[in-house]
Design a protein around this ligand. Structure first.
Ligand SMILES: [Zn+2]
Length: 485
């Protein structure tokens, strides 16, 4: 298979072997293109890039074409071509863009809610383009994460503050008690999995034919190509086959083949019965099989349907008529591959038991910054004086409550038992007419308070709102007193 050129919008890539005849032809093609289309080729913005070609020859050819000599890796449609995505240097432009975007924001002047929204929308969407094509090395993922962490906890990169809660917890999905920031490693895999899916369903595409020409196809599958494969391709083959990665063989385990008349489905190697291939389930039989590439229809014709055992299943599946229906993605969400669905799967966890209060911090009418404040309170990760003493930021004698009550300012004290701040709860209860809450920890208090005015959903939602509002008022008032002094 030969590819001579690639074109997208105003970007054109022409390919050829090293010869003066080709250089002259290139020149002629471009000049002819100019006169036929009336468009101008900007030779000064064009580059001649060589692969294993001496610089001297490249220089002469470039001057004959009136263009510059370029180097690998170069950017085509925003992606670096010819670099090694396993190297950290390859990702420098992505990190630089991220830092660039960040420096425009003064995160110190944003609330936690504002920072979270920015993190989720803009910052995370920036590296997506590169991540949808290349597997990022873990060093790069860590670098991106540390940029995000610094932004979230206090500002620009040069204004480092304490990370009160580890990044992993922040990235947990909300239903698991996190803030739902995207997990880059898993997201990267989900994006790349899309290519593995296209390999099955988009076999007419040019990219597939190029890969088929380069690596070959065996029993419907692109061959892995071993060590001579490109880094890009080897990473994809690893995801397709399920290497020692997050989730292991997650991709393989989710695809299955839906059989119609069985003519397009490989009997032994396609996962058409219960999502696994017969080759995996009956390895000894596969070794003995004469025709390892037989289709389901062929095997059926040979009378395999009459037998018992695993292969007997064929009878119930084959014979529905029409061609084979195709590949299916097996998940609760979709029957075709979606990045969202794969990401959901890769980040899902086995039965997580959250206490009642963790689920209560999210409320439609409550600003994000208030929910985040409550989220930190339930984990005792607010910068109360007691916590600042533990982290060595305040000296032990500076731990007094700002109200002047003389007690140590812990979260439990400030929000519940303080004679000044804590007294708010009995006032609120008497205004609303609910029973007084006696719980001693913030999370028990939250759960009990929410239930204290009766069980109807609207009542509970109202009480939830009040609790979050009181906590926010206490915290902001405490900060006013503290920083006014
Ligand atoms: Zn106090």
């Amino acid at each position: 298979m030969t590819v001579s050129h690639l074109q997208f919008a105003d970007d054109t890539l022409l390919m050829g072997t090293k010869s003066w005849a080709n250089v002259r032809a290139l020149r002629a093609v471009l000049v002819l293109f100019e006169s036929m289309s009336g468009l101008r080729v900007n030779f000064h913005k064009s580059m001649l890039v060589g692969v294993n070609i001496p610089d001297s020859w490249l220089g002469e050819a470039a001057s004959a074409l009136c263009c510059k000599v370029g180097k690998i890796p170069f950017l085509y449609l925003g992606l670096p071509i010819g670099g090694d995505s396993r190297r950290l240097g390859f990702w420098e432009p992505v990190l630089a863009r991220l830092k660039n975007r960040l420096s425009g924001w003064r995160s110190r002047f944003l609330s936690f809610g504002g920072r979270l929204v920015l993190l989720k929308s803009v910052l995370i969407s920036l590296p997506v383009y590169a991540l949808s094509f290349f597997k990022a090395p873990s060093g790069t993922i860590s670098s991106i994460e540390s940029i995000l962490i610094n932004f979230f906890w206090g500002g620009s990169e040069d204004f480092r503050k304490i990370s009160w809660i580890n990044w992993k917890s922040i990235c947990l999905r909300k239903e698991y008690g996190g803030l739902g920031v995207r997990q880059l490693r898993e997201f990267n895999l989900a994006l790349l999995g899309k290519w593995c899916w296209r390999m099955l369903v988009d076999r007419e595409g040019l990219w597939f034919r190029v890969l088929a020409g380069r690596y070959g196809v065996e029993r419907g599958r692109l061959c892995e190509g071993g060590a001579r494969g490109s880094t890009w391709w080897r990473e994809l083959a690893r995801i397709r086959g399920g290497g020692g990665e997050v989730g292991g063989g997650w991709f393989r385990e989710h695809v299955s083949r839906k059989v119609g008349d069985g003519s397009d489905t490989f009997f032994w190697t396609d996962p058409w019965v219960d999502g696994t291939s017969l080759r995996e389930r009956f390895g000894r039989l596969f070794d003995l099989a004469e025709n390892k590439s037989a289709s389901v229809a062929e095997m059926f014709m040979q009378g395999w349907e009459a037998g018992g055992g695993g292969v007997g299943v064929a009878a119930s599946v084959v014979g529905l008529g029409g061609g084979d229906v195709g590949w299916q993605w097996q998940s609760d969400l979709d029957d075709v591959y979606t990045v969202r669905g794969a990401y959901q799967f890769l980040t899902s966890q086995d039965a997580v038991t959250l206490d009642t209060a963790s689920g209560l911090i999210w409320h439609r009418q409550v600003p994000l910054k208030v929910s985040i404040c409550a989220w930190r309170l339930l984990r005792d990760r607010l910068p109360t004086k007691a916590n600042l003493v533990i982290r060595g930021i305040l000296s032990a004698e500076d731990h007094q409550c700002v109200s002047g009550c003389g007690e140590v300012e812990s979260a439990q004290h400030l929000f519940l038992s303080c004679s000044t701040f804590g007294a708010l709860w009995s006032l609120v209860s008497s205004w609303i007419g609910s029973s007084l809450v006696t719980a001693h920890t913030p999370s028990d208090h939250f759960a009990q308070f929410t239930d204290s005015a009766g069980g109807s959903r609207a009542r509970r939602s109202f009480m939830q709102l009040i609790w979050l509002a009181v906590v926010w008022v206490v915290w902001t008032e405490r900060n006013h007193i503290l920083f006014r002094e």
